[in-house]
Design a binder for this molecule. Structure first.
Ligand code: CU1
Ligand code: CU1
Length: 285
């Protein structure tokens, strides 16, 4: 459900479940798992979480696994989503002290408020790209300012009828919906497109392979998941692509998963998570 409609009790329950998972030592495996599947175009082997058609189904399964574990702690908890076209500033209630906490401070980017501020003692970073033990943010990237994506930009992307196209990666020429949402079709200096720009806008730990260190990762990706649902409703005749394994002569052979091939580490096929209604509903969508 949209985080802006959570009651204060629901906000607290979500935060408490996340903190309890961290306390039990169960949280950081999601950070390392995400890092492990962060392979990019320039590297070898399967591309799973990013720069690939599995961007949507892989993250769906990732969120589902995380949510199921949270629910073993508190069965009333689900991952809320952050509609950044509406809650698009650092003063949104999303960043309040009882929820995600605020921006990083100017000197070192350290988040100083809320449950995930290092100084409050519950949220040490144990696996990061950098050495800091504290969560960092740098909202809006003041040195080269960027804004969160607008509703119009999102609508443009949702109007694209084709799920993904060859070469199935981050090439800027692609016409597919997946790449447009993921955001490689605009240069990083501009913050990238929708999904990537949100990571860049939050800044700090949200940039890069260890981004689940910032719990707002889950709320961002829950909205990405809902965007996929909306797109499916708008284009009922468009399916996940590629729908069959790529030919051996294809340059992307062995790097991209088609709808019937298993996605590591779970072995779940994109086709099996295509319809979210098997797993959950969106209360306001
Ligand atoms: Cu990701
Ligand atoms: Cu992401």
């Amino acid at each position: 459900m949209n985080q802006r409609y959570l009651t204060s009790e629901q906000r607290t329950r979500f935060v408490e479940a996340v903190l309890e998972l961290k306390r039990r030592g169960g949280y950081d495996k999601y950070v390392t798992l995400h890092s492990k599947y962060f392979a990019a175009d320039g590297e070898n082997g399967l591309r799973m979480a990013h720069m690939a058609p599995t961007f949507f189904p892989w993250h769906r399964q990732f969120l589902l696994t995380f949510e199921r574990e949270l629910r073993t702690i508190d069965a009333r908890v689900t991952i809320p989503y952050w509609d950044w076209t509406v809650d698009n500033s650092a003063s949104s209630a999303l960043w309040a002290d009882d929820f995600m906490g605020g921006n990083g401070r100017g000197s070192d980017g350290q988040v100083m408020t809320g449950p995930f501020a290092y100084r409050n003692g519950y949220w040490p970073i144990s696996f990061g790209v950098t050495e800091e033990k504290y969560l960092t943010r740098n909202m809006g990237r003041p040195d080269r300012p960027i804004g969160l994506p607008s509703q119009a930009e999102l609508d443009d992307a949702l109007a694209m009828p084709v799920y993904d196209t060859s070469p199935w990666n981050s090439a800027p020429s692609t016409k597919g919906f997946r790449n447009r949402i993921e955001g490689w079709t605009v240069s990083e200096s501009k913050g990238g497109y929708l999904h990537n720009r949100v990571h860049q806008w939050v800044g700090g730990h949200m940039i890069g392979a260890a981004s689940p260190n910032d719990p707002v990762f889950w709320l961002h990706h829950a909205f990405i998941d809902l965007i996929w649902v909306r797109w499916q409703r708008m284009h009922p005749r468009s399916a996940y692509l590629p729908d069959r394994p790529l030919a051996t002569r294809d340059k992307e052979h062995g790097r991209v998963v088609s709808s019937q091939e298993p996605m590591p580490p779970w072995g779940v096929r994109p086709s099996e998570v295509m319809d979210h209604r098997a797993f959950y509903v969106y209360e306001v969508s």
